[in-house]
Each structure stands twice: as C-alpha cells, then as structure tokens.
Design a protein around this ligand. Structure first.
Ligand code: PSU
Ligand code: MN
Length: 306
C-alpha cells in the first residue's frame, strides 16, 4: 500500500526521527472555504503548528499519488481548483489512484493516509456525521466509520448542526469511539461552544489527551479518538443567527434535491453565503485553535516515555 504514498522530505525526516507531526485535511481547502482565503488559511494553520513545535503534513491526492506533506504550490493548486477537485472519501481512493487523478481528502481519507505515513494526530474544523433525516436517507458520513477503525486522534470543533448531533454521538458510542471535550463537558457545535449534548470525558490538558491516546494504543484498540475543542468565546457566533442560516440551507438543499456527497459542501457553502463573512472568520479562528491543541498534543506524543 505504501507504493502509492509520497511523504514530503520534511515530514519523512520528522517521522523517522520521532518529531511531532500533525496531519491536516484538504477538503477544507477545496470545498470548505472560498479562494484565496482557503489557501491563506491553510498556510496559517501550517504556521501555527510549526509555532507550537510540530511539523504540519497537509494531505491530498495529486496525480493519483497519496501525499503526506504538500508544497505551497500544491496547496495553491488545490485551493484555486476549489470545488472542481474531487472530494475524496474512503470509497474514492482506489479510482483516483488508478486514474492518476487529484482528490481533496476528507476527514476519513486524511486519517487513512496519515496512518499509512505513521502520523497519529490530525487537526481540522468539523467532522462529517449523521445527517438530519438519516433515518430515511441513511446519509451517514464515512468519517464516523473511519474513526471506528483507524488509530488517529482527530481534533475538531465538534460538528455543525447541519447534522443530527445526538445521532452522531450515538453512532460514535456504538462504534466505541471516545469523544473528549477539551475544557468542556458539552459537545461544541462548531460555530458555537455548546450543543446541549454531553461528551464522554472532559479533559483539561494536552498531556492527558496524549495519555488517553497512548492508553488506547496500549489496549490494542484499532479505532481513533475524537477531541472536540470549542471555538474561542470571542469568535463564537450568535446561536439564533447560525441556526436560522442552517435551517434555510437545509430547506434549499431539499428543494434542489441535493444528495450524496454534494450535501455537506452545499450546506457549508450556503451557510457561508447566508451569514456573510462572519461565519468564515469564525471557521478560520476555530481551525487555528484546533491546530494549536493538536500541535501541543503531538509534542507530548513524540516525547512519550512508557
Ligand atoms: N464539516 C465541516 N467542514 C468541512 C467538512 C465537514 O464543518 O470541511 C468536510 C470534511 O472534509 C469532512 C467532510 O470530512 O466534509 C464530510 O463529508 P461527508 O459528509 O460527505 O462525509
Ligand atoms: Mn454523506
């Protein structure tokens, strides 16, 4: 399987010498934000990770090669192509590799490629989950199955309420995925710090995040863990504003018959359109915040002594 993988020289050196490394996804670049903010943010996130003592490894598929660690030009290329790039979840990798095509990696595929490269931790904005109405549509993100089977810690800001957050937590419980609140007892809802749903454990230090991940490995579990880190108070949005935008986005998606892999990107873009730049700015801030926590945790993981 490693015959399809290219690790950048900097990331390869960090992995072989046991330095802290943090993986980053690329769907957030191509589908999650408009150009050029997406490229600017991707580079800022990489810088935040470096500033906290770790090496960033942005992950994507380029010309059919699975890439761990992108150059600035490659990030610019994906950012400019935007939604023309194929959004690649688990089921897409075989065809992209065989066709030598490009793909932007979701949480699921970023976990797969990070794990292949030997990277244990990954920072992003929000994960996919169980969509509202999934009891009829069966629309459940492959991200959840990946968390169940791939040993990578994912640091996010919870999930947007475009999803059914209660069902998402139930699914994760069934699959045995620990859901940690970083400094909170409540699952954050991406743009807001609260959702009304409790997490499994509240953890207040990055040392303890590393300890739980090491214990999970020691127990021989195959899956990963989900760390939910609330958006900083000063950047969080008004709940009524964001809820109204999400309801409208869901209505429009229904009217236009949006389904399958288009659903998440459609809803994300609609919410940004309806709330102007405010939600985009919040999105950027929370990703930077997650990058910081992931980098600090990666340093503890790299320095771990049994
Ligand atoms: N949720 C967000 N921002 C995102 C995504 C989800 O708040 O950018 C992206 C991530 O790449 C995630 C993917 O893995 O969408 C989930 O898509 P789907 O629901 O089709 O599995
Ligand atoms: Mn889906």
């Amino acid at each position: 399987m490693k015959q399809y993988l290219d690790i950048s020289p900097e990331v390869a050196e960090a992995i072989t010498t046991g330095k802290a490394v943090v993986a980053l996804e690329s769907t957030i670049i191509s589908h999650g934000m408009p150009y050029p903010k997406n490229v600017e943010t991707a580079l800022r996130v990489e810088k935040t990770i470096r500033d906290h003592g770790a090496v960033p490894a942005t992950i994507a598929v380029i010309g059919g090669r699975l890439k761990a660690g992108l150059s600035v030009d490659e990030i610019e290329y994906l950012g400019k192509k935007g939604r023309e790039v194929i959004k690649a979840s688990r089921r897409d990798l075989p065809a992209l590799v065989a066709r030598k095509a490009d793909g932007a990696t979701t949480v699921a595929t970023t976990m797969i490629i990070a794990n292949m490269a030997g990277i244990e931790i990954f920072a992003t904005g929000g994960i996919g989950g169980v969509h509202r109405g999934a009891e009829y549509t069966m629309d459940i993100s492959a991200d959840l199955e990946e968390l169940a089977q791939t040993p990578v810690m994912v640091v996010c800001a919870g999930a947007k309420s475009i999803l059914d957050l209660g069902l998402t937590l139930e699914y994760l419980e069934t699959k045995g995925v620990p859901v940690i609140g970083y400094g909170t007892d409540e699952l954050p809802a991406f743009y807001t710090r609260k959702s009304g749903f409790g997490v499994d454990y509240r953890v207040n230090s990055t040392e303890e995040l590393a300890a739980i991940f090491r214990a999970q490995r020691g127990l021989g579990y195959r899956g990963g863990m989900l760390v939910t880190n609330p958006i900083p108070e000063e950047y969080s949005m008004d709940k009524a504003v964001i809820d109204a935008a999400i309801e409208q986005a869901l209505d429009e998606a229904k009217q236009q018959g949006i389904h399958g892999k288009e659903t998440t990107p459609f809803l994300l873009a609609k919410v940004v359109e309806l709330t102007g730049g405010e939600s985009l700015e919040s999105n950027i801030r929370l990703v930077l915040n997650n990058a910081e926590i992931a980098a600090k945790t990666a340093v503890h993981l790299a320095n771990w002594a049994e």
